[in-house]
Ligand binder design. Structure first.
Ligand code: HAM
Length: 424
């Protein structure tokens, strides 16, 4: 027996309904805001992520799946979607004097320690808006996520955390202040934070180590170090969110794990998933396009962890019922003639009811056994063609919940009879 790879999940038939539900909701929200899908390859040149995400990040230091291909080129399985999207947008001239509002969905790969909600292959839905620098677009991508939670019924289970990292120069100054502060409290730092003091001191603020929380709480706040323009941008963003009735927490310790951010950063968190509580994170990255070889183009976006949202939906029983049962109707035949023509009968029904999810019984067996199958599958109706129905050119309809008596109809009546069941 050869097993699958640790941290990489099979999405089984019993789970794929919840996934399809979430995917449909994500597409609907992206459509509702006029965003356009982009699909990029899973493999990119390693250099893209080194430059894009930053060499001193956890992702680049220890989490990438990197290998040399047969040509000796170093390739990496994408650990996130932003860098590849920016690469494609530059390469195909999508950013020449025009805005772009894009979305994507697909697998990403990080070599992390697997636990509930944290995997080595996981799926992100992401949005990236290019060419717009005002806080209106930051607000829009946040409102998009808020609408998604609302549509999914998750609005009471997630909290929005918001921060601003300011412009690069101001952040550089803040970084120095922070290094001075943590140097003065060197004894209180754990080993990881001592290392980060040299490489990426802002990430110390993100440490979850309990003994470090006091020293982190005393650190200077990045919001006191913001440049004037960024402070205004941040204030306007908050004002739009207030106006739109979106609740949020300003969290000056929110720094994110990737290096490309400036100004707005945000995360949606939940208490319902244990340690892996961030379901969505994003922010502004005005320097990334230029850093990856394009003109200077402002940008903002987010990535949403689909496994975590699916876990929430399942735990709270919020998956739409239609997606939990794969089949609306089960076609049962009895007798030699109906059996011989059952595929043609099924096609005829599908022609009449193109939306109906109809499964045809195969493999023989009596009426009882066929009804059992229909029941087990969760079909809402059994469509029955026995010798009598065959002779009279009719079909019997049995509603499995017993709310209506079994009745026989002409085929042409089926669309009307079945319209009460989803997609009937
Ligand atoms: P990120 O915060 O690294 O941001 O990932 C986005 C989301 O992916 C997280 O909030 C979390 O829900 C999910 N996630 C991260 N790691 C794992 C894992 N190991 N297992 C399961 N889910 C995980 C980004 O990737 C940025 N590209 C987001 C962005 C887009 N910023 C601007 N545009």
């Amino acid at each position: 027996m050869i097993n699958g790879i640790r941290g990489m999940n099979d999405i089984l038939p019993s789970e794929s309904g919840a996934w399809r539900y979430l995917e449909a909701q994500l597409r609907a929200v992206a459509d509702a805001y006029g965003y356009v899908e982009i699909r990029t390859p899973i493999l990119e040149r390693t250099e893209l992520f080194l430059r894009g995400i930053g060499e001193a990040t956890d992702i680049v230091e220890k989490e990438m799946y990197t290998f040399n291909d047969r040509n000796g080129d170093s390739l990496t399985m994408r650990p996130e979607g932003t860098a590849g999207t920016v690469r494609a947008a530059i390469e195909h001239g999508l950013l020449h004097n025009q805005e772009q509002r894009l979305w994507y969905m697909g697998p990403v790969f990080r070599y992390e320690r697997p636990q509930k909600g944290r995997y080595r292959q996981f799926h992100q839905f992401g949005v990236e808006a290019f060419g717009l620098e005002g806080p209106d677009i930051d607000a829009e991508v946040i409102l998009m996520t808020a609408r998604l939670w609302q549509n999914l019924g998750l609005q009471d289970h997630v909290t929005l955390h918001l921060n601003s990292l300011g412009a690069n120069e101001a952040r550089q100054k803040y970084r120095e202040q922070l290094v001075d502060y943590f140097r003065a409290h060197y004894q209180a730092l754990d080993e990881d934070s001592r290392r980060r003091l040299e490489t990426n001191p802002l990430r110390i603020l993100d440490s979850k180590v309990p003994e470090m929380q006091e020293v982190i709480a005393g650190a200077p706040s990045i919001l006191d170090a913001l440049d004037t323009e960024s402070a205004r941008h941040f204030a306007e963003l908050q004002s739009i969110l207030n106006d739109a009735g979106i609740e949020f927490v300003v969290n000056p310790r929110l720094v994110r794990g990737l290096d490309y951010y400036n100004r707005t950063v945000f995360e949606w968190m939940t208490d319902s998933l244990g340690a892996q509580g961030t379901v969505c994170g994003g922010g502004r990255y005005d320097g990334l396009v230029h850093m990856l070889g394009g003109k200077s183009v402002p940008a903002v976006g987010f990535g949403l962890g689909m496994e975590r949202v699916v876990l929430l939906l399942e735990a709270l029983s919020l998956v739409d019922e239609h997606y939990l049962t794969p089949v609306d109707a089960y076609l049962i035949v009895a007798g030699a003639e109906p059996e011989a023509h059952k595929l043609v009968i099924a096609e005829k029904i599908r022609n009449l009811c193109p939306e109906l999810r109809l499964r045809l019984h195969c493999g023989g067996g009596g009426f009882k056994r066929q009804m059992k199958r229909a029941d087990k599958l969760g079909a809402r109706v059994a469509l029955i063609v026995g010798e009598d129905e065959w002779r009279s050119g009719c079909v019997s309809v049995k509603f499995m919940d017993g709310t209506r008596p079994q009745q026989t109809f002409a085929y042409e009546a089926l669309p009307e009879i079945l319209k009460s069941i989803p997609c009937g």
